[in-house]
Design a protein around this ligand. Sequence first.
Ligand SMILES: Nc1nc2c(ncn2[C@@H]2O[C@H](COP(=O)(O)OP(=O)(O)OP(=O)(O)O)[C@@H](O)[C@H]2O)c(=O)[nH]1
Ligand SMILES: [Mg+2]
Length: 226
Amino acid sequence: MSGPAVPPKAAPDPLVIRSLEFLGPMATADGWRPTHTFPEIAFAGRSNVGKSSLLNALVRRKAFARVSRTPGRTREINFFAVNDAFVFADLPGYGYARISKTRQAEWRPLIEGFLRGSAQLKGIVQLLDIRHEPTEDDRQMLDLLAEIGLPTVVAVTKTDKLSRPQVAARVKEIARELALDEEQVIPFSAVTGAGRDELADAVVALLAQSAPDAAAALPGVAPGPA
Ligand SMILES: Nc1nc2c(ncn2[C@@H]2O[C@H](COP(=O)(O)OP(=O)(O)OP(=O)(O)O)[C@@H](O)[C@H]2O)c(=O)[nH]1
Ligand SMILES: [Mg+2]
């Protein structure tokens, strides 16, 4: 005789979203930006790589960060307060080929100004499309992050476009090309949700490393050393 089937216990969500608030957009390096004392994590990548989609998946909302039908549409840095504990910054995409060279070059002052000028910024999630070679812009961006010394996690997006073995092979290649640890590279799909929890874990780790207090408010996160 057997009792009722007990469903397998799901792993706890590493990032439970209790509150979300859009704080506003920053349009120029010396323009408005939110004043708060929370740690920030920024999401960077080429235009159309899937930054806004990844953010929506991370916070489990369908249309929180705007998803563009027209690549290159997010022109400002959009800030979102999460759980009244930390802030996500959705950076505008760089390097969209079909816009003019002048507009292509526009990303640099805003993004670089923000990256250098934000004392609260604790880490970056850098996105790369799993199907494409990292571009010159991607390399410039990674060099800039290394120069500033910002802890960086790489998410490779749109893994649903490839088979499982292809994904594994591309992750290896991308890690090798960019001289990254394979553990630093997280395969992700906003369509299937694959990699959402691994990414949430990585984001929580970035926060925990720099802000034990904010991280202590998250479930399953041991506060780091004070
Ligand atoms: N198949 C697939 N498509 C995706 C995924 N993520 C995003 N997309 C699609 O890619 C396009 C761009 O997505 P966005 O999230 O707007 O990309 P973004 O990086 O925020 O773009 P910009 O703000 O313009 O720089 C949209 O058509 C999305 O539906 C994914 O994981 N898989
Ligand atoms: Mg966007």
